[in-house]
Design a protein around this ligand. Structure first.
Ligand SMILES: C[S@@+](CC[C@H](N)C(=O)[O-])C[C@H]1O[C@@H](n2cnc3c(N)ncnc32)[C@H](O)[C@@H]1O
Length: 495
């Protein structure tokens, strides 16, 4: 792949601003059901609808760059007015074939979390009928990338590292949030796409470097490190396809261990990291226990979102590579995965999120299976890190002297055994945060209910003790640690 021509890329960005197949424009042309089918990986309804708008330049670019269709030169030329078909061929995004052009990349709309509309170029994929994927395939924006983007702090300053940038989507989000970004990848092809996407989205302040893991940033430190690393556990046996985008070539979860354990040498004081990952349960302990060993004294909050047995894990990644059940290839690959797990004594695999923070004393390893609204996830994680650092500086006397407030998204549900006056279960639920539901006793429910930002926690606990005819000192010893947990998880905040 030749170098990325920024002048041509800027012309393409200009054309996309006029005729680019944005989500809104495409929905306007083909309707919501066909547009939603594209998101599920089914291009047929969209293709049929777009064919009925042959003279529309938006439809031409949608078919070419979103669906990956071969298109008449004239239709594409009418949409690429600034760059032209020849310029687009020179840039490397399409190839002319007689009276037709074929796309060499996908260029799809992307909504940033501040509402800005952008474009992400990546390799053509299954949606465009490309299978099998090339081993250096550069991934577009998938579920994992979207999740990591949602985990980022909404605002930042200083330098951020995107390790394993792929098409650059995380680097672009970090830049829009205010960081100066270094984006790294082993793949020259990935870096080409990142450079292209920087220009297509009219950004600067993103430096692109090639190299493995932390090699390109040796001796450097960052305020934030983000990574969706190639964490997929893959058997190292003949005939198993190796994809650079999802598998770093190591055995088991060794690459994940390298990434997590390398972070401590690259975080500034007060800095933090957000990662996605997979970890194995095996002879060395459960996955969560093993991740704790990799964190090397950094404050760590590891959230296991899913836990799969080896069979489910093998099926997931064999299918992700495009191999369908019922084929001989599928069976061979599943067997290779299961042999690898059996040989190394792996009994389960955790999939989840890692948050690391210097100087917080955070030490939390948990399973969170419920749905989490991505809209406020990044803000929730950032606030939790600030809260845990603040709580670390606050003894119980300081906490008792603090004024607390119940969060606006918290509701209480009381469950009664029929005929009984007092509830047998009291639940507190949060709408945001990690969508947690917790059981509380009447004293804690009373404290949370009374935290209206006026009286200190200590005064409230003493009043509750009097009401319940309980020992005030004992109740403080019970409720203050509970209040710490509720502050961290976002049910309460400091007023
Ligand atoms: C799962 S993709 C993530 C892409 C993008 N950041 C996203 O979230 O969509 C992982 C990326 O890591 C890169 N990679 C693989 N091995 C690597 C290594 N040893 N060091 C750095 N990057 C690596 C791959 O080329 C790929 O682009």
């Amino acid at each position: 792949m030749v170098g990325m021509d920024a002048t041509l890329a800027r012309r393409l960005a200009g054309d996309l601003s006029i005729f680019g197949p944005s989500d809104a424009r495409v929905r306007g042309l083909i309707g919501d059901p066909a547009a939603d089918a594209v998101l599920r990986g089914d291009a047929a309804p969209a293709r049929a609808a777009l064919r009925s708008a042959p003279d529309d330049p938006v439809a031409a670019l949608a078919r070419l760059f979103v669906l990956g269709d071969r298109m008449p030169v004239a239709a594409v030329a009418a949409a690429l007015l600034a760059i032209g078909v020849d310029g687009a061929a020179l840039l490397g995004v399409l190839r002319a074939e007689g009276e037709h052009v074929v796309p060499l990349v996908a260029i799809r709309p992307h909504a940033f979390d501040d509402g800005a509309a952008g474009w992400i170029a990546s390799d053509l994929d299954e949606l465009a009928g490309v299978f099998p994927l090339r081993s250096d395939h550069v991934l577009g924006v998938g579920g994992a990338g979207r999740t990591l983007a949602a985990m980022l702090p909404p605002e930042g300053a200083g330098r951020a590292l995107d390790l394993g940038c792929g098409c650059g989507v995380i680097a672009l989000h970090l830049r829009r949030h205010g960081y100066e970004v270094v984006a790294t990848d082993v793949s020259e092809r990935a870096l080409w796409f990142t450079r292209l996407n920087v220009v297509l989205n009219d950004l600067d302040g993103i430096e692109v470097r090639r190299g493995s893991l932390f090699d390109p940033v040796a001796g450097e430190r960052f305020a934030l490190i983000a990574s969706n690393p190639p964490f997929v556990v893959t058997p190292r046996s003949d005939g198993v396809p190796q994809y650079e985008y999802r598998d770093g070539g190591a055995t088991g979860d060794a690459l994940m261990a390298q990434v997590v354990s390398g972070i401590v040498d690259h975080l500034e004081p007060g800095g933090s990291a957000r990662l996605l990952g997979n970890w194995e349960d095996g002879p060395g302990g459960t996955g969560l226990e093993r991740v704790r060993g990799w964190t090397r004294g950094l404050g760590a909050w590891v959230i296991e979102r899913e836990h799969l047995d080896p069979v489910r894990y093998a099926e997931l990644w064999v299918r992700d590579g495009g191999t369908r059940p019922g084929t001989r290839e599928h069976d061979t690959l599943v067997e290779a995965w299961l042999d690898d797990f059996a040989r190394r004594g792996v009994t389960g695999i955790g999939l989840g999120w890692v948050v690391l923070a210097a100087q917080t004393g955070l030490d939390r390893f948990e399973r969170v299976a419920q749905q989490v609204d991505p809209a406020h996830l990044g803000a929730h994680l950032a606030t939790a890190l600030e809260t845990v650092a603040h709580l670390g500086r606050l003894d119980d006397g300081g906490l008792a002297a603090s004024v607390l407030q119940v969060a606006g998204d918290v509701t209480e549900a009381r469950h009664h055994v029929p005929g009984s006056d007092s509830p047998s279960v009291i639940e507190l639920r949060q709408g945001g945060g990690l969508g947690r539901t917790i059981d509380v006793d009447p004293a804690l429910a009373a404290l949370v209910g009374a935290c209206d930002g006026e009286l200190t926690a200590g005064v409230l606990i003493d009043a509750i003790a009097e009401l319940l005819e309980a020992d005030a000192a004992r109740l403080r010893a019970e409720l203050l640690p509970a209040a710490r947990e509720l502050l961290f998880t976002g049910f309460l905040s400091f007023a």
